[in-house]
Design a protein around this ligand. Sequence first.
Ligand code: UT7
Length: 336
Amino acid sequence: MTLPSSPFISRILGCGSYLPERLVTNQELAETVDTSDEWIVERSGIRQRHMAAEGENTSDLATAAARKAMAHAGVTADDLDLIIVATTTPDSTFPATATKVQAALGVSRGAAFDVQAVCSGFVYALATADNFLRAGQHKTALVIGAETFTRILDWEDRGTCVLFGDGAGAVILSAEPKASGSPSVSESYQQRGILSSHLHADGRGHDLLYVDGGPSSTGTVGKVRMQGREVFRHAVTNLAGVVKEALDANGLQASDLDWIVPHQANKRILDGTARKLKIAPEKVVVTVERHANTSAASVPLALDEAVRDGRIQPGHLVLMEAMGGGLTWGACLVRW
Ligand code: UT7
């Protein structure tokens, strides 16, 4: 939620992304998995996914995206005092992937840690950084969503292995003084920056989407397990709910949004949510057909694409939303 008393607002100064070179098409998967291009496209909209090379780790993807975001924002390593990486596929159980990114970028001050909220991870990390910045505790944050999700897939489970891909996206946030006075809710949404964020979790949904391993339970990494149809049902309801919550908190209508940048899990979820909210399909940024579901990386990958191709312009109202394992879900409204 918004903290009206804060003298700061978190501005997004720039963004960047990185996709591993290797492309895997549906046809290629169909050579080893009992599936078809037709089924995958019809049920999910996915046509291809990127896959990290052997030896290419989440921190490598994250660092590559971070460098592009820093160049876009015009900041250097010396400016950064907070690094948050949202990931479900860290290089190691510990230390945090964020500390590896920090070292790779040559940053040695401030805080660096990971956030784990699976596919909602980037929205959770953005909200976390925003709160640190608005509290005045940090000045310039690097927020990354990065995954090598293909490493935790069971390649014999066709219900999951065709749906995911690897990638990373990043943004740079800066704590900027708010316009003087204390603007009303309707005035405050004219300011550029993060207007509000809204996070939710319901741990009763654990069995719908989880990994069947872990350092404390089995001592293994585990593989993704999902009850796809059930997750699908929750996704449309929860995402439409949290988007409405973000709009209501800012006194806005769905028609006020310029862009919606959703988590890219399934084209049918994107269409269903937009329909439920009466949002025109042209306002929805869609990358799922080319990236598949990259978990925490999907929102910043889509955001970066829409910023770089000129769709998202300064002053636009942009709503990011995501839902994932936990269950977790959330939304973040930004005046770009
Ligand atoms: O990012 C976190 C959030 N994750 C999601 O939002 C994912 C949400 N769920 C989904 O996107 C969809 O539920 C899926 C794409 C995972 C599945 O689509 P569905 O229309 O819900 O299919 P289903 O799971 O109900 O399966 C329908 C049929 C089954 O066959 P039977 O039992 O009807 O004979 C499956 O065995 O499709 C079969 N099937 C496949 N067939 C070919 C499942 N996976 C495949 C496959 N290729 N890869």
